[in-house]
Design a protein around this ligand. Structure first.
Ligand SMILES: Nc1nc2c(ncn2[C@@H]2O[C@H](COP(=O)(O)OP(=O)(O)OP(=O)(O)O)[C@@H](O)[C@H]2O)c(=O)[nH]1
Ligand SMILES: [Mg+2]
Length: 365
């Protein structure tokens, strides 16, 4: 299962630069290139590397995130009907949004608003998402009102109920609350799942900072998170241009570079991991001669459903799961130790898989 993340942001904010770092691609950046790029990033997971070493697997396989750099901005799309249809259908199908906001100073790179002000730009992006959703709601309300007029009495209450509900969430949007921040219960969410609302999607805002701002990065993140963050919107700082240089180095030079700048890990890893967390995903692990591998799943996935990620046959023919947590497996040096300590368990079909479970599924087809 790969996760699809759509990259949005103002023009010349560094979207393509960050897309290139994330996916190790070399899409052309600068001067408003409007084409769409798609690339895959691995979710870094040191547990996979450790398992590969312990069990001498031939390869390591990581979870994946698919990033889509849309090229065009939502704002331009608002002026252009064909562009907006294409953009909205690409964005609507994503699992989450990554919004690039410029913080770096560089006279050579023009800013559409002519000055650098990340808070203003975050607000502007939130507004663009809200406007896009309001337009979708208005179109639906127009249709509903015609339907209500021509409907039979028995059908009317349901249609009227939908209209009231849509009016309510639209009022929320107008008052400045993105849908992800409105109190919607499971039933509400089911009602609107077909609309692919943008302000409902989890969002990661990447503050594209200059390397001279690395010292203040933490503080900038904190301030903006306090003001704009919520449980489905996180703001992280990343030095886009520096990261791009980092991505082009071999492992050894990269480490030297990180040490020089006193950076604990490449900011990209943080971005990839955070996109993953934001979506409420965890990973279970498998290991063997062939491969050690991380399998991303939503929280609260049952053992048979998790098995289904590997192959539908394993889900259908599920018998039981042999489970040992990664931490125990490593601490006790392998399966023999884990069995002796009693931390090697056999779980049935109601077991809810936990992050870091190393699992062997037994099945029958
Ligand atoms: N100094 C500096 N320049 C950067 C940074 N990130 C991007 N740039 C430059 O800013 C310009 C725009 O970057 P892009 O990555 O193309 O931005 P974009 O949002 O994809 O722009 P368009 O798609 O053209 O609207 C390029 O010339 C980049 O080299 C940064 O962190 N620091
Ligand atoms: Mg671009």
């Amino acid at each position: 299962m790969s996760l699809d993340v759509g990259i949005i942001g103002l023009e010349m904010s560094g979207r393509t630069t960050i897309f290139n770092c994330l996916t190790s691609m070399e899409a052309g950046s600068g001067r408003s290139r409007q084409e769409e790029h798609i690339g895959i990033a691995r979710v870094p997971d040191s547990r996979v590397d450790r398992l590969k070493e312990m069990f001498k697997s031939r390869k390591a396989v990581y979870g994946e995130v698919k990033y889509i750099d849309l090229g065009a901005s939502i704002k331009n799309a608002a002026k252009d009907f064909t562009l907006s249809g294409k953009l909205l259908s690409s964005l609507g199908a994503t699992d989450a949004l990554l919004c690039v906001v410029r913080a770096f100073k560089d006279e050579a790179v023009p800013h559409p608003q002519a000055s650098i002000d990340p808070a203003r730009d975050i607000e502007a992006m939130e507004l663009e998402l809200a406007f896009s959703d309001m337009a979708v709601i208005e179109r639906r309300l127009e249709k509903l009102s015609a339907q209500i007029k021509s409907s039979r009495t028995a059908e009317r209450p349901a249609l009227e109920g939908e209209a009231v509900f849509l009016e309510n969430i639209k009022a929320g949007l107008e008052a400045g609350a993105p849908l992800r921040r409105q109190a919607l219960d499971e039933e509400d969410l089911k009602k609107i799942s077909g609309y692919q609302f943008l302000s409902l999607k989890p969002m990661l805002t990447v503050l594209n900072i200059g390397e001279d701002e690395l010292g203040q990065a933490r503080q900038m993140e904190e301030q903006l998170n306090l003001r704009f963050g919520d449980k489905s919107h996180l703001i992280v700082a990343l030095a886009g241009k520096l990261e791009m240089e980092l991505a082009g180095l071999d492992d050894e030079s990269r480490q030297a570079f990180l040490d020089d700048f006193q950076i604990e890990e490449p900011g990209l890893n943080k971005v990839i991991r955070t996109s993953f967390d934001l979506l409420g995903l965890i990973s279970f692990l498998t290991t063997g001669e062939d491969e050690s591998r991380a399998w991303p799943i939503p929280r609260n996935t049952s053992a048979p459903q998790a098995a289904g990620r590997i192959h539908s046959d394993i889900e259908r023919g599920f018998i039981r799961a042999e489970v040992v947590h990664y931490d125990d497996l490593v601490r006790l040096g392998g399966y023999a130790g884990a069995r002796k300590e009693g931390v090697f368990r056999v779980e049935g079909k109601n077991y809810i898989v936990q992050d870091g479970d190393v699992i062997n599924f037994l099945f029958n087809v």
